[in-house]
Design a protein. Sequence first.
Length: 253
Amino acid sequence: MSNKLGIDYVTGRVRAVVDEVTRFFVGDEDAIEKILAAILVGGHVLIEDVPGVGKTFLSKILARVLGLRYSRIQFTPDLLPSDIVGTKVWRQDKGSFELVLGPIFANFVLADEINRAPPKVQSALLEAMQEGQVTIEGETIKLPRPFIVIATENPIELEGTYPLPEAQLDRFMIRIRLGYPKDEVELLRRRVSWRSDDPTAQVRTILNGDELLMIRDFIESSVIVSEDVMKYITSFNAIRRDPRVLAGPSPRV
């Protein structure tokens, strides 16, 4: 396949994904494209917005359109790390410990209200998001590929929440707000036409996990960055020396 044919194929498939998402999600298409761009290059996404703008709904649509196994983890103050990654359980009938995998073993994980979990639980995500693996009682286990985390948090309700540490924030490629839909009448029209509280069953699957990985490999091998662009990107490290900034951008790539 030539590079041009590859580009045409990838852009066509990505456009089909965006079109299918916007058939159901009434919102800023630019925000959808940014989230999808992060996913296509292997990044994780933090959606920070008020309740009711469709954060959970959008994540379910994206998982279905991309053909990925979806898992939702509702973060609460009493959550334990083992509730996420799993644990080993003693089986009396077998006379041995059995590994029980947690909900993080999915391709597309929604970490809902991530800032409600205590720091020990948030730290359990660090290894998963950066290394694509988890450690359960000393045993390291690889997570399925692709592995994508979409986390949400409510910025206006602070009671019972824990600020995300910088190390956690640094694992997200983008931090974004969806905002209120510009056409709320259209949102109501679609809600009436769905005749269902959850129309995601009507969403068409456009990609699958293997195809997504191939697109990622294509993007990785096709992008050429000039020396001037590299220098421009690294020029932002001047922000680190600004006394008004607590922590500047990291060199993570």
